[in-house]
Design a protein around this ligand. Structure first.
Ligand code: F0G
Length: 354
């Protein structure tokens, strides 16, 4: 068989908590594109790279953690897994559980999950419950279920999730031949930024990189508990993936930012939407929450906080197709014309033709 990327467990096996006895459940996640943005580089005076996690099998970075969490759940004899989710975790859990033959139970905050993500959980056969409450409340329920009933919790409080997600940092360093100077990532439940710091620290410890990047995490302004220093009871943002008021990995995320001399900052919904369009203009369709990293880039750049010429990686965490309504809402109504080339050419202003 021709060579293909084997998935993060096989590609980074010696850096992950697996043994020969671990049944590897993979959809060949990871190995995602790291794309240089000429426009964002020109605008910021930096070398800007976009790590497109929308290219994972279920369209988000969650697959990196889920391959490991589900493999370990299977190894430990689990029959069912549970998660609370703003959508992407549930899509990923449902897909990997289906592959493994496990039963996925997903708890979603009622009415606040993008349609594409709902469709993913359903098509893979998840037991889907809409909880009357927000993500934080749904996570509370999921935790209790996993403590009192025979179901394994696969939210990012499951340590295998972060172990898998740290591979993003490895891929970035392997691709660039060094660590970036700045690593920018959206923050919701705060697992991802924590995992990336684990990855960079590991490469630093082993001498694979000489310097770690500075990590900057971006919360949506209406859902920015870490920035405010207190939980937000009713988080609000158009970026539903990161609509989280009391992140489970709060301390780890603060440690990642502090130890790396970065910060956790807030971006407004307006900045997120604008960055979403900027990324799309570069050919990448990322979801709103993902664009928080690029919104953060533009904010840091405008404030003069980036060293000129620095290498910056912005993580685009999920695929825009999950919430197509935002793309359509921002565009003009398409014209309806007769199936006639002359009529279409006239409407497009293409001139008289040959
Ligand atoms: N971007 C996207 C597209 C996400 O789905 C999430 C989290 C994040 C960023 C934030 O990552 O939570 O590790 O800080 N989504 C979770 C979910 C909460 O349920 O799908 P984080």
């Amino acid at each position: 068989m021709a060579h293909q990327w084997r998935g993060i467990i096989e590609e980074y096996r010696d850096r992950l908590p697996v043994t020969d006895a671990t049944p590897v459940v993979t959809l060949r996640e990871g190995g995602t594109p790291l794309v240089r943005s000429e426009r964002l580089s020109a605008e910021t005076g930096c070398e800007v790279w976009l790590k497109f996690e929308g290219a994972n099998p279920t369209g988000s970075f969650k697959d990196r953690g889920m391959t490991l969490a589900i493999s370990k759940a299977l190894e430990e004899g689990s029959r069912a897994v549970v998660c609370a989710s703003t959508g992407n975790t549930s899509a990923s859990a449902a897909a990997y559980a289906a592959k493994a033959g496990l039963t996925p139970v997903v708890l979603l905050p009622a009415g606040k999950v993008a349609l594409g993500k709902l469709a993913q959980a359903l098509v893979h056969g998840a037991h889907l419950v809409q909880v009357e409450g927000n993500f934080d409340e749904a996570l509370g329920v999921a935790r209790v279920l996993s403590e009192r009933y025979p179901v394994t919790l696969v939210n990012s409080v499951n340590p295998f999730r972060l172990e898998g997600q740290k591979t993003l940092a490895f891929e970035v360093c392997d691709a660039l031949g060094r660590a970036p100077d700045y690593h920018l990532v959206p923050v919701g439940n705060a697992g991802n930024i924590s995992s990336h710091w684990m990855g960079y620290r590991e490469y630093l410890r082993d001498g694979v990189i000489a310097e770690p990047p500075r990590l900057f995490g971006f919360q949506a302004a209406g859902a920015a508990p870490i920035v405010r220093g207190a939980p937000v009871a009713h988080p609000q943002t158009i970026a539903t993936a990161i609509r989280i008021g009391n992140p489970a990995s709060w301390e780890k995320a603060v440690a990642a930012a502090t130890e790396s001399e970065g910060a956790i900052l807030a971006v407004t919904d307006r900045e997120i939407l604008s960055a979403y369009r900027r990324v799309a203009a570069d050919g990448l369709f990322a979801e709103l929450a993902s664009a928080a990293s690029v919104a953060g880039l533009l904010q840091l750049s405008a404030a003069g906080r980036l060293d000129p010429g620095a290498t910056v990686v912005c993580v685009l965490t999920g695929h825009g197709l999950k919430e197509p309504d935002w793309a359509i809402a921002g565009a003009a109504e398409p014209q309806v014309l007769p199936a006639d080339a002359a009529a279409v050419a006239a409407a497009l202003g293409l001139g008289d033709g040959a």
